[in-house]
Design a protein around this ligand. Structure first.
Ligand code: HSE
Length: 301
């Protein structure tokens, strides 16, 4: 019977001005194994947040696999799923996207459906509702997406070797809540501000230009609203800058904060943790290289 192993990198979406458009894959991976069985569905989950993740057919990895089976019109006789999570749920590091990507990519390999990476991004986007994290996790590196109605443009850019610091305060924030507080309409000048800063963020990351990133990584569409959900946000950013960070952003929908710097990542991590402590929150930090490979698959049998 066939066995598929998939590892999925986490990701940091938005990168300031690139709301729902930009994301960077990072080297912290969830693992999903699919075993073809004679009948039925069995699911077990280990690692980050496992106690809160359902192991029945409402499981997100399973539902994502079902989307591929439905798309292709073929399914295994039975399925066992074993998931080992390294990405904390509700963190802004793309944990739900990682479950979806794990599910669609493993299902594609299990039934040998040979769907293209672009089709997998499209299916994963349909489940997640926004395409930025799923694109980065499937393709690796820095990804650009544009999704409107039926249109979906996806491109991957190589970035120079780059390491980031991510500080995660000890509470969960649901993406739904972090989207609900955003205004439905924005002033034209704020939209123009973001278009300019997003294109310069891409240029700064592609060139490894931290001085440009210092200017470019700024946003008016979501962070001014979302930062109110993250106690100590301004203090943590100031402490990171003091420790040498060139640029910072809320990672995805938060509550984690991502810091960019050419060096000194551990000192920046310590400064961010201390600032969260001063704001009354425990926190964890991750020093992570950019992941350039995207999702990885191996098949036995
Ligand atoms: N772009 C999305 C958001 C990413 O910021 O809401 C969250 O998954």
């Amino acid at each position: 019977m066939r066995k598929v192993t998939v590892t999925v990198p986490c990701s940091s979406a938005n990168l300031g001005a690139g709301f729902d458009v930009l994301a960077l894959a990072l080297s912290l991976r969830n693992t999903v194994e699919f075993f073809e069985t004679r009948q039925g569905v069995e699911i077990d989950v280990e690692g980050e947040g496992h106690q809160d993740i359902p192991t029945d057919t409402t499981n997100l990895v399973y539902r994502s696999a079902e989307a591929v089976f439905d798309h292709v019109g073929r399914r295994p006789t039975g399925l066992r799923i074993h998931a080992v999570n390294a990405v904390p749920p509700g963190s802004g590091m793309g944990s739900s996207a990682a479950a979806i990507v794990g599910g669609v990519v493993a299902a594609n390999a299990l039934i040998d459906a040979r769907l293209s990476r672009e089709t997998l991004v499209r299916i994963a986007h349909g489940i997640e509702g926004h395409p930025d994290n799923v694109a980065a996790q499937i393709l690796g590196g820095l990804t650009l997406v544009s999704a409107a109605e039926e249109e979906l443009l996806v491109r991957r850019l190589d970035v120079p070797p780059l390491t980031v610091t991510v500080a995660l305060p000890d509470f969960k924030l649901s993406t739904a809540e972090a989207r609900r507080i955003l205004p439905q309409e924005v002033p034209l000048k704020d939209a123009i501000f973001n278009i300019g800063h997003a294109v310069f963020t891409v240029q700064a990351l592609a060139a490894g230009d931290y001085e440009l990133l210092r200017f470019a990584m700024n946003d008016r569409l979501h962070q001014p609203y979302r930062k109110r959900l993250i106690p100590g946000f301004d203090l943590v950013c100031a402490a990171a800058r003091q420790a040498g960070a060139a640029a910072l952003a809320i990672s995805g929908a938060g509550p984690s904060i991502i810091a960019f710097a050419p060096r000194g990542h551990d000192a920046i991590a310590n400064a961010m943790r201390r600032a969260f402590t001063e704001s009354g929150l425990n926190s964890r930090t991750f020093v992570l290289p950019v992941d350039r490979q995207g999702v990885q698959v191996s098949v036995i049998g």
